[in-house]
Design a protein around this ligand. Sequence first.
Ligand code: CMC
Length: 466
Amino acid sequence: MSVLHKILGNIVGRKNPIADTAQALPNNTKEDSMDTSTTQSFTLRNNEDGSEFTLPVLKGSVGPSVIDVRALYKQTGMFTYDPGFTSTGSTDSAITYIDGDQGILLHRGYSIEDLASKSDFMETCYLLWYGELPNKQQKEEFVNTVTNHTMLHDQITYFFRGFRRDAHPMAIMVGVVGALSAFYHDSTDITDPKQRQIAAMRLIAKMPTIAAWTYKYSIGQPFVYPKNSLSYSGNFLQMVFGVPTEDYVVNPILERAMDRIFILHADHEQNASTSTVRIAGSSGANPFACISAGIASLWGPAHGGANEAVLEMLEQIGHKDNIPEYVARAKDKDDPFRLMGFGHRVYKNFDPRAKIMREEAHKVLGELGVNDPKLELAMELEQIALNDPYFVERKLYPNVDFYSGIILSAMGFPTSMFTVLFALARTVGWITQWEEMIEDPSQKISRPRQLYVGHDQRPYTDLASR
Ligand code: CMC
């Protein structure tokens, strides 16, 4: 039993009406038998007094090993210092693996290329949550569970009405998703695996409805209710682009493109928003509140907000003749301008998601007969940047957000919805990572330390003497 469970073990859950329809609980998908210990170690030497400390090395199944510094403070009275966590592993995880140098992304061992070309989003969700690909019956049951929980509590519509019409859809997402915890009390007991599962299914199922309604609200159209006869992606499209007065016919090209975009965003190991979800959850907060925290973190332009920023940048550049000017600005350290959609903390080679997205952009625009000059501009910018020593030396390649905005705008989504779609798709990754954290018996509340550089203790001066 984890510490979190012990602390929160006295919370009593209520009977959940959908509990019986939810599927089997996920196996503990971490490799239980995996022994991370090694005979390798590092010796840390204090050059002042010659004292030495041994730091063990832990190894995973694949990828870099880690130096275990958990005993460091006890042994040395010092912390490690790593702002931005550039050299710090915050957890062990069996969900997603990235090799940034090779441009490899695996979910539960399956490559993103295979998933994007052979799987669909529902299957990818199942894979992430349960750890294995479903058989036919498991998939049907899973799709059925998700499909049957797409409706929102009717009172949630009043939450939407509290927002200004011109609110950014991400602002509405943060508020409404956090507010789910006020509606679904019967799935907030985090000590009950069944309730956690129900919360996960609810989030995956309801996120398209919330996302679509943020858009409908912003343009003053009535909310379109989910339709169970449609696929996850098809249903989302009809809730976004349909109107109650007409039958909406799902375009299979858009449906497949939407599904693929969801797959490409489903999870990405310990990025800023996922770490936010885990940190929020480490205190025992309920899953809806934690996912809302993740949405807030995703919103920033250095993270999920980059897709919106890429399109704004392409519009700002306007013409390929202006590219050199903007590339020069991106290289100028005194200018805050950056080439949005370029660079990644982990990928120092092409982002594999960007490769797929690039192909998808050409395909979707071709199939829809859309001739968007922004695609041409993006390709030109990519070529110039990839051949510029500044970008080459720093290994700054296009990331997933570079092409996604072009496809999404060709599909008819306004720029302000791009990050919302990212949040929708990432929900399965967030909730799976949250579940893994809750199940981890060694889990502690996340509480980093600091290097204090402020005043030492000093006497208080009375107001009259200041
Ligand atoms: N344009 C120009 N220079 C850049 C860029 C860029 N887009 N990205 C990084 N650099 C430079 C940076 O100035 C620094 O140069 P120097 O070493 O001379 O000081 C060097 O490259 C390393 O950059 P960093 O900021 O230290 O790297 P980081 O790992 O902290 O940041 C990043 C990664 C993604 C935040 C950053 O590359 C960036 O801001 N990119 C643009 C925003 C973007 O596209 N974000 C989406 C990320 S992918 C989707 C997701 O997972 O959310």
